[in-house]
Design a protein around this ligand. Structure first.
Ligand code: TXA
Ligand code: MG
Length: 491
């Protein structure tokens, strides 16, 4: 490959680590008018993030064409020093693994030429961070062999992750090994999954599992999901595996689908709350899978929040409610699905969805045919899947489902969760679930947004339900449960 560096390369020196930024990051940030760079604005958060990073890192932007000098000058006026490197590579909107291999070539070039100790960070658009294994090519046994991408909800979280993982790749590997040891020895480890963060313990160790219940203040009648890193772990944990369940496993694991099956004697009663069934899932998160694999155990893990409260989608959310209750937390950034797995039971003739979640009913039916779904709020529901109590996922500020935001728009003490756009101008704080009305984005941001508004000491949170299709059904299920029995208060 060929590339040339610009005259700005002198800002690299032999002692600093490097953060690569793709040009799309900037294009993302350049929100205002008409391609005229002189009228562009950068968000305050973006500028703050770059300021913080450049105190410890050299910032390098990878570009495949010219024309960025004016951005360079503009950022210079904010005291941000960027180095530009031109590559002939087509830098795609989101970089895939093959592109990143090419960037590694760039990295090797740096090493040969300037002997800079390189960081493994590549910041992508939409708050994504790729970790590049410094030993790629040398140590092919590493689980991060393929580039690992983490997601964040904002610049602030992205930057603090970088600063708290000074040798990101190595920090993660060390963390996973020590986490696995803790699990093996009966301790608790909080870890990221694609849905929400879980609070894990060795599922075969009743004492360890008991600690989960006390940490969460969770009633013992609410059974836990057992997390696996490999499909082969299912066999020993169940009495039998119906064909349709096996088909779902093939299609959707790893992924946000939990399957309830008749349990074997290997699963202690405390895990299943005395039920003869066990709920199994293989999460689609490489850190979670590696942690479980290293521990050599099936891992029981509920969402890592106090019982009945809003679920956590960042490590900070976990710390906010459960700090001190576990031995270790693996910080894997923000969860990408954002709401819990779909729970489907195979105990009856027709499979039944007990909890809507990351994979919707239609998608499941397209693979195994008709399934039933649990009727909301029946007392029967509570005995079948006791975790689905009428009030759950709740904020401490009362949350109310509304048909129209009109009467709340002018109240400064009311927080608004907004899907899509609104005709109203709100006086109080607004959290945008998805400005483009994308239900998957709304799912991803839901708990983060609920927690944010909940932290503002407001008197009320209001939300309109999403259209009742796809993952919108699961979002509405969580919002309805979070609203519980609250009635709108009139002022
Ligand atoms: O996405 C998820 O499923 C997350 C992440 C951490 O994997 N976990 C999670 O766990 O949401 P938890 O404990 O917050 O919710 C588990 C749900 C509860 O509604 C529980 O009642 C149900 O699964 N469940 C567990 N075992 C069951 C069983 N044997 N029969 C019926 N329902 C069960
Ligand atoms: Mg939960």
């Amino acid at each position: 490959m060929s590339f040339e560096s610009t005259s700005h390369t002198h800002t690299l020196n032999g002692t600093r680590q490097i953060v690569f930024l793709t040009k799309e990051l900037f294009l993302d940030e350049i929100t205002s008018c008409d391609n005229d760079l002189h009228t562009k604005t950068f968000s305050k958060d973006f500028i703050t993030a770059l300021h913080t990073l450049q105190q410890r890192y050299t910032l390098v932007v990878l570009v495949d064409e010219g024309g960025y000098d004016s951005i360079f000058s503009l950022l210079h006026t904010f005291d941000i020093e960027l180095s530009f490197y031109y590559t002939h590579l087509p830098l795609k909107e989101t970089l895939d693994a093959s592109t990143i291999k090419d960037i590694l070539v760039v990295k090797e070039f740096y090493q040969q030429q300037i002997y800079a100790p390189l960081s493994m960070y590549l910041i992508q658009p939409h708050f994504k961070l790729s970790l590049i294994d410094p030993s790629v090519g040398q140590d092919a046994t590493s689980f991060l062999e393929e580039v690992l991408t983490l997601s964040f909800f904002n610049y602030d979280e992205l930057v603090s992750w970088i600063l708290s993982h000074p040798t990101s790749y190595q920090s993660l590997i060390t963390s996973l090994h020590s986490g696995a040891k803790i699990l093996e020895n009966g301790g608790l480890v909080a870890f990221p999954t694609e849905t929400v963060y879980g609070l894990g313990a060795d599922a075969t160790n009743p004492d360890a599992v008991e600690r989960i219940f006390s940490a969460k203040q969770r009633p013992f009648f609410d059974p836990l999901i057992v997390h696996l890193s490999h499909k082969d772990q299912v066999g020993p944990l169940v009495r039998f595996l119906p064909e349709k369940a096996e088909i779902l496993i093939t299609h959707f694991w790893p992924g946000p689908l939990t399957i309830v099956l008749p349990k074997s004697d290997l699963v202690p009663d405390i895990v299943t709350a005395g039920h003869p069934s066990v709920a199994l899932r293989m999460p689609n998160n490489r850190l979670a899978l590696e942690l479980i694999r290293l521990s050599n155990k099936p891992i029981a893990a509920p969402s890592a929040n106090k019982f009945g409260c809003t679920s956590p989608t960042t490590a900070q959310h976990v710390l906010d409610q459960l700090e001190g209750e576990f031995e270790k937390i693996i910080d894997g950034g923000g969860c990408t699905v954002g709401i819990e797995s779909t729970v489907i039971s195979f105990l009856e003739e027709i499979p039944i969805i007990l909890r809507p979640g990351g994979i919707d009913q239609q998608t499941i039916e397209s693979v195994i045919g008709k399934v039933a779904h649990q009727v909301h709020d029946s007392s029967q529901e509570m005995s079948t899947s006791p975790g689905m109590l009428p009030s759950h996922y709740a904020t401490s500020t009362p949350l109310v489902i509304v048909d129209d935001y009109r009467e709340y728009a002018s109240r400064s003490d009311v927080g608004v969760l907004l899907f899509g756009k609104s005709e109203y101008l709100f006086t109080g704080p607004v959290e945008y679930l998805s400005p483009s009305s994308n239900p998957a984005e709304a799912a991803k941001r839901l708990y983060q947004a609920m927690r944010k508004l909940d932290s503002l000491s407001l008197s009320l949170l209001v939300v309109k339900l999403l259209p009742e299709t796809g993952i919108g059904i699961a979002v509405n299920n969580r919002l309805t449960k979070a609203a519980g029995n609250f009635q709108p208060k009139r002022s």
